[in-house]
Write a protein that binds this ligand. Sequence first.
Ligand SMILES: *[C@@H]1O[C@H](CO)[C@@H](O)[C@H](O)[C@H]1NC(C)=O
Ligand SMILES: *[C@@H]1O[C@H](CO)[C@@H](O)[C@H](O)[C@H]1NC(C)=O
Ligand SMILES: *[C@@H]1O[C@H](CO)[C@@H](O)[C@H](O)[C@H]1NC(C)=O
Ligand SMILES: *[C@@H]1O[C@H](CO)[C@@H](O)[C@H](O)[C@H]1NC(C)=O
Ligand SMILES: *[C@@H]1O[C@H](CO)[C@@H](O)[C@H](O)[C@H]1NC(C)=O
Length: 416
Amino acid sequence: MRNLTPPWTMLRLSLLLLVLPVLVVVATTTTTTTTTTSSLSDDDFHNWLSVHSKSYSNNTSNLDEWKHRFSIFQENARLVQRHNDAFAKGETSFTMTIDGPFADLTDQEFTQLYLMDSQDCSATHRSSGKLHTASIDSTIDSGPYDIDWRTKGILTAVKNQGACGSCWTFSTTGCLEAHTCLAQNRDCTHWLGLAEQQLVDCAQDFNNHGCNGGLPSQAYEYIKYNGGIDLETSYLYVANKTDGTCKAKDFTIGAQVAGVYNITSRDEDDLMHAIATLGPVSIAYQVSPDFRLYQHGVYDSYNATTKKIMCKSDNHHVNHAVVAVGMGQTAKTKDLPVTPFYIVRNSWGTSWGMEGHFWMKRGENLCGVSDCASFPLVPKTKQKDGQDAAGGTSAETTTKIITTTHNAALLRGSSE
Ligand SMILES: *[C@@H]1O[C@H](CO)[C@@H](O)[C@H](O)[C@H]1NC(C)=O
Ligand SMILES: *[C@@H]1O[C@H](CO)[C@@H](O)[C@H](O)[C@H]1NC(C)=O
Ligand SMILES: *[C@@H]1O[C@H](CO)[C@@H](O)[C@H](O)[C@H]1NC(C)=O
Ligand SMILES: *[C@@H]1O[C@H](CO)[C@@H](O)[C@H](O)[C@H]1NC(C)=O
Ligand SMILES: *[C@@H]1O[C@H](CO)[C@@H](O)[C@H](O)[C@H]1NC(C)=O
């Protein structure tokens, strides 16, 4: 027996050595595709549900609901896998995941619960003269843009709109909070910000429709007319759990609007100049079915089955509003070219996308991203003096001075 052992072991070893490389290859190719694969178990779904604090009863009477949700979860996993395979081949610049908060919903359910009705932005005209005044063009070069307003202390924490098509109110507050903090030279990182619920309940006269949708530009008009908007803490957000009556309190105003600047429809240069020089901008666009499962990378609305762009780029199908808070471009890799993008703040909580943000492809009016963009002009606040440099870099100081003079110039133009 002892004599037989060494050759046998040797044989096994050499067999193993032959087989090993093959196994490694198989293992790597399968792990990239099995992490989100259709072989998801009951446990995977139970885990997902507990991570997202959701529950579907599996008591006998409701077992169907649990099974139904599980099958949607699996179907979404297949969609994700197909897309991520296309990403691995360099066909698209973003990845999808089922780890996000919407993997138990169909596209139709998601659209009904979280998106607003399609808004028509065809009325969006420039309100008050071109952005390209001499002073701006001479100081700001035309790119490549690399700016991230999240690093400037002017944005509040990412919020969550819940099941209500109120994205437009969050786009409004996110952008107005930022411009207010810029104008007041204030660190707003820990500020809770402004009251979306007031816009849901009170802004109907300006062609807004609560949980069914609205437009930031029209919300700014309301705030201007109303003399301000309440603080988040004095008018709590309850999504659609509202009786619809306006409960605004005039004595808890958190910000004011002096005017609205509509980006010229389809003028992405105008949009980029505004983000680069003045601050965040409210944008709106058309969300298509893949977007709820976005994970990271530059969103390009690529459909891995049809190999086509899914969203429409026209101003009649805008169903989601967000805030553009910066711009950048990807580094060149051997698989993908340099891709310019907007850094965008969403209102679906921090468990969605990249800590609640996404990158949107820039420069081709993708999904109508420049059809419906606007930002508020905030009242000029007292400046200590023209050279207020309170520790800021010279670039920040320049931006600030331009913001002040530019807002003032626009205000004069729009005061009719
Ligand atoms: C299942 O049903 C029982 C009795 O009706 C109830 O006490 C229990 O909470 C239910 N469990 C779930 C997960 O709904
Ligand atoms: C039903 O729920 C129990 C505990 O709540 C869980 O252990 C079991 O796996 C579930 N069954 C199915 C089919 O989901
Ligand atoms: C700005 O755009 C909105 C629609 O998005 C429109 O209602 C409003 O009239 C525009 N303002 C001006 C001054 O054109
Ligand atoms: C809020 O939305 C939920 C889910 O769509 C719906 O069932 C409920 O009726 C809505 N409530 C109001 C007050 O609109
Ligand atoms: C891509 O298009 C196909 C065919 O229209 C559709 O079945 C599929 O759901 C789409 N993919 C995504 C990710 O929405």
